[in-house]
Write a protein that binds this ligand. Structure first.
Ligand SMILES: *Cc1c(COP(=O)(O)O)cnc(C)c1O
Length: 357
């Protein structure tokens, strides 16, 4: 059996969820869209459901999969419905629904619903992706109330730059939000992971932690609260071949690595078809036989090479951690010019093995 697999520590997931609550003092929707950022949405929801205030996903397909698996907690659709016909399912399965555009508001006004729904009304406070324009926000709230179809409204917005701790952009967005919601009495939800960790003064009755649940920092720089996160996923495999090369020999496709000294090369059963980033360069950290080492040469589809020269105790069959509790996924991401979010979401082919239920 191919030794590549992703271990998922559900105990760590619960720890991170509790940390989000503790740091924010708020109710927390666990964001488990995109199959819980590659960690398996159903298993993650099951692990959290005893304590979670609710979950958030991107679309109704993701929500229905959770309902089918028996998850009864509130589930918020972060983009609401994509077409009005989904409203019947939203009612039937008791889902919470973001309204981010006027066309969605029109659709709710036109729909006949057999029960009242919960709407999270989204303001565009500066990210300019989705959300209502501030000038439309109070009237949208009044229109929703007037339909009689809405039992509860939560006011929300989303930050574009909360991961930049030296930027004032998030405070500017809060100011836009506070101005737009003047006179509207409802709970509010602003903070995502970077805002939970790094912006304690920003108010939020509900927080929406995603990446931090999985134990990865959203920041590119060290940050005190992020240090308290526990990595949930360990991507591991084994050394399947070892060779000794003299100095001056190439390794892998494109000869992107040339040995500068006599070099012991380990081949690991892990490649970009598993989601390991192909753009990770020579020098990207790995852990082999409990010691830190590094990637050499280009990542191929099913294999990659690592330097065993300074790890003589490592050999055929030695365990390799590509990321996890020792090698941080965020560090691998930085090396590969991406973010831990994408590293996790790209994971495929490797079996997910759970512990800590
Ligand atoms: C994905 C998402 C989140 C979670 O963001 P993280 O940075 O992973 O915490 C929160 N809110 C909205 C609207 C999202 O789309």
């Amino acid at each position: 059996m191919r030794p590549a697999r992703a271990l998922i520590d559900l105990q760590a997931l619960r720890h991170n969820y509790q940390l989000a609550r503790e740091l924010s003092g708020a109710k927390a929707l666990a964001v488990i869209k995109a199959d819980a950022y590659g960690h398996g949405a159903v298993r993650c929801a099951q692990a959290l459901q005893a304590e979670a205030d609710g979950f958030a996903v991107a679309c109704i397909e993701e929500a229905l999969a959770l309902r089918e698996a028996g998850i009864r907690a509130p589930i918020l659709l972060l983009e609401g419905f994509f077409e009005a016909s989904e409203l019947a399912l939203i009612v039937q399965h008791d889902l919470w629904c973001v309204v981010h555009s006027l066309w969605q508001l029109d659709a709710i006004e036109k729909a006949s619903l057999s029960k009242q729904i919960t709407v999270w009304l989204k303001l565009d406070s500066g990210m300019h992706r989705v959300g209502l324009h501030p000038k439309d926000y109070p009237s949208a709230y009044q229109r929703l109330q007037a339909t009689g179809k809405v039992a509860r409204i939560v006011l929300m917005s989303h930050f574009a730059r909360a991961d930049e701790l030296d930027s004032n952009a998030s405070n500017d967005q809060v100011a836009v939000f506070q101005a737009a919601r003047q006179g509207l009495s409802a709970e509010i939800s602003l903070r995502n992971s970077p805002a939970v960790l790094g912006w304690p003064q920003i108010p939020s009755d509900w927080v929406r932690p995603g990446i931090m649940l999985y134990g990865s920092t959203p920041f590119e720089v060290p940050q005190a609260e992020a240090q308290r996160l526990q990595p949930v996923m360990t991507l591991e495999s084994k050394v399947i071949s070892v060779r000794e090369l003299p100095a001056g020999e190439p390794v892998g496709y494109g000869a992107r690595f040339i040995s500068q000294r006599p070099t012991r090369v380990g081949v690991v059963a892990m490649g970009y078809a598993d989601g390991y980033p192909r753009l990770a360069p020579t020098g990207t950290p790995v852990m082999v036989a409990g010691k830190r080492s590094q990637l050499i040469g280009r990542v191929s589809m099913d294999m990659l090479c690592i330097d065993l020269t300074d790890v003589p105790e490592a050999g055929l069959g030695s365990p390799v951690e590509l990321w996890g509790k020792n090698v941080l996924a965020s560090d691998v991401a930085i090396q590969a010019g991406t973010i831990p979010y994408q590293i996790f979401c790209n994971l495929r082919r490797v079996p997910l093995v759970y512990s800590g239920d």
